[in-house]
Design a binder for this molecule. Structure first.
Ligand code: S3P
Length: 170
């Protein structure tokens, strides 16, 4: 028998809309919503960019691992992760009762969306971000139970598509 879905974790690269879609989906399902980056900001009182600059990426990844473990214990929750979470701590994401959804978008579309964004330390250099995208893509796909190609969809369309898929599983 298939395990019932108790929570949905959204994974994918920076700019795929994990937080926006997660929030909309949680509203539709009447579930709680968590965003791992927001939880880190709440716990530390610091912006992600500042944590990267002052403490370094390794320190940020430790916080991220702690946060994802604690929110992944909730039932009836939609969780938006940071773009690196699925790669650094996949074992804390794929847990019993968790449906992992990969929001996939082409790199060029992500560049359009994130043009001028200064809040993401790992998207400042486009060549570096492109390399990261190539190495992460297969890892996201491998971890996900569901893969949604949202390149040509807006946030509402992605949410509606996802809602149709998950409502039969919960
Ligand atoms: C990161 C993605 C960011 C944030 C941090 C690191 C990454 O989240 O967690 O800047 O490693 O891809 P978003 O995916 O919400 O931009």
């Amino acid at each position: 028998m298939e395990t019932l879905v108790e929570r949905i974790v959204l994974i994918g690269f920076m700019g795929t809309g994990k937080s926006a879609v997660g929030k909309l989906l949680a509203e539709k399902l009447n579930w709680q919503f968590f965003d791992t980056d927001t939880e880190i900001v709440k716990r530390t009182g610091r912006e992600i960019k500042e944590i990267f600059e002052k403490e370094g990426e390794a320190f940020f990844r430790k916080l991220e691992a702690e946060v994802v473990q604690s929110v992944n214990a909730y039932k009836g929750a939609v969780i938006a992760t940071g773009g690196g979470t699925a790669v650094s701590v996949p074992e804390f994401i794929k847990t019993p009762g968790t449906l992992v959804v990969y929001l996939q978008t082409s790199f060029s579309r992500l560049c359009e969306r994130l043009r001028g964004d200064t809040s993401r330390p790992l998207f400042r250099d486009v060549d570096m971000a492109s390399q990261l995208y190539l190495t992460r893509e297969p890892r996201y796909s491998e971890l996900a139970d569901i893969n949604i190609d949202e390149t040509d969809l807006n946030l509402e369309e992605v949410t509606a598509k996802l809602y149709e898929i998950v409502r039969e599983k919960i």
